[in-house]
Write a protein that binds this ligand. Sequence first.
Ligand SMILES: [Zn+2]
Length: 309
Amino acid sequence: MAWFKKARKPIAAPEKTSRVPEGLWVKCPECDTIIYTKDLVKNLHVCHKCAHHFRLNATERLKTLFDGETWEELAPNLVSNDPLQFTDTKPYKARLAASKASVGQNDAVIVGVGRINGVDAVVAAMEYSFIGGSMGVVVGEKMVRGIELALARRIPMVIVSCSGGARMMEGALSLMQMAKISAALARLDRARLPYVSILTDPTTGGVTASFAMLGDLNIAEPKALIGFAGPRIIEQTIRQKLPDGFQRSEFLVEHGMLDLVVDRREMKATLGRMLAFMSAKPSGPQASKPSGPQASKPSGPQAPKPSGM
Ligand SMILES: [Zn+2]
């Protein structure tokens, strides 16, 4: 039937002799600028022209936050034991092994303790390239250990979310991590220790529905996708067209879901300032002074305010 058929094999393409090594240049998906990779790394993976934020892996993230790019890692060897013996298109065990080999980590989070602009803190950074940064039992356990360390040392906790949500291959066990991490954060709250949540592109599903939104401060990177269900599902459910920029950081700040949007290049300085402010201990005399005279004064809108308030 084939009236047009190549009788001979096509001439083999010559070996690529490009002198440009792979990955030396990156094209910005927003503005199409060609960026020299080294410049991109220097600029914390932010496009110098349009400020597009490229996705960071967990190690790079911790490097952007910790002083001297050093930290002490917590429980790096925890691994999932595939509690459900789960198989979808391929066995979960094989998926885990493939991710471990390609990412070089045992699960989707790195928890480290170090200093941010001189303030001791525990930071948990999620790794999107490990099965979509999904939250399974290992992510839950590592985060809780991080929070417990923050409690023991009385230092702040920071979680950088970058996740598609719960890990389906661990079924209900992965959903339980939402409660487990939230309960640990509640203990942190009762101990009056700060917790800052940093939401990066993307933060969705069970992660948004639990710890990512529980911060004393919820900060997002610009234009990050943050939501529970995706826009298509919502559109189908409510049968309405969604507004522009729906589920993006700036939209969520406008609607009171987040506290602020911070450029990655200013994230460390901002975070350092916040942590220093929130973990400052009130000194003795200053803390007890205002309560005395205030209590005896008649309180009302006309009451003169004490100076310095
Ligand atoms: Zn750009």
